[in-house]
Design a protein around this ligand. Structure first.
Ligand SMILES: [Zn+2]
Length: 237
């Protein structure tokens, strides 16, 4: 093989590796595709039902959110982080006693890629045990931190019949102002949508304020709020 062919071969291999790496990176954060098991970014239904979901926490702000939901008279789904729930088990119990759904967002909120099956199992099972200790007794769904998943995580979830719940309406990807969050959500929500807010951090007051306006705005448009488990039952109805 002459030198020119070797150089072409090396560049071709590098190019292929680059394309593969780029593709895997994009697949790893996809909301609609994973290599194994069921992934749900939105439920296919013509009924005007939606699920409001919250990621991270619980934190001290959870009680504010619970009181907003109580005033609005709706149920939501909380994807909690295990190690935070462990420190504030009384908040988990309050979420469940008010009729909301608890779901798993890992124990340590790390990106779940390039992790061993033992690490993944520990993250999910420890958090599931804490969710059960909060009094929640229905199916526990899962959402990966930063949407990250490649092979190991979806493989584990499929083996254990755990659904990956993603999202089709995530307004804080595009802005943080309360007015924008409400306007974006009202304009883009469809029947079966899964809406995500992050209302539990110190700097997230805009998201906390947006909740009641999103709820009343969508109710005016004829939408009904249900938990993720309830929404899944609407598939193809
Ligand atoms: Zn998160």
């Amino acid at each position: 093989m002459n030198r020119k062919k070797v150089v072409i071969g090396v560049f071709t291999s590098l190019f292929v590796l680059l394309i593969l790496g780029y593709s895997v990176f994009h697949i790893s954060k996809s909301r609609t595709f994973q290599f194994f098991g069921e992934i749900v970014p939105r439920v296919a239904t013509e009924k005007k039902v939606v699920a409001l979901t919250f990621d991270d926490g619980p934190t001290g702000y959870t009680s504010d959110v619970l009181s907003t939901l109580q005033k609005a008279g709706i149920k939501a789904t909380f994807f909690v982080v295990g190690h935070t729930l462990e420190q504030k088990p009384y908040i988990g119990k309050a979420i469940v006693s008010e009729g909301h759904e608890l779901a798993n967002h890992t124990y340590s909120h790390q990106r779940m890629w390039f992790k061993s099956q033992a690490f993944i199992a520990d993250e999910i099972e420890k958090t599931n045990r804490l969710i059960r200790a909060s009094g929640y007794n229905r199916d526990i769904h899962f959402r990966p931190p930063y949407s990250k998943k490649i092979f190991g995580l979806p493989w584990y979830l499929r083996q254990h019949n755990i659904k990956t719940i993603m999202v089709d309406i995530e307004p804080d990807t595009y802005g943080s102002d309360t007015g924008f969050l409400v306007e974006y959500t009202l304009a883009n929500t469809k029947p079966g949508s899964i809406i995500l807010l992050h209302p539990f951090c110190d700097a997230c007051s805009g998201q906390r304020e947006a909740i009641s306006m999103i709820v009343s705005g969508l109710q005016t448009k004829g939408y009904q709020f249900v938990t993720v488990s309830e929404l899944l039952a609407y598939k193809d109805k």
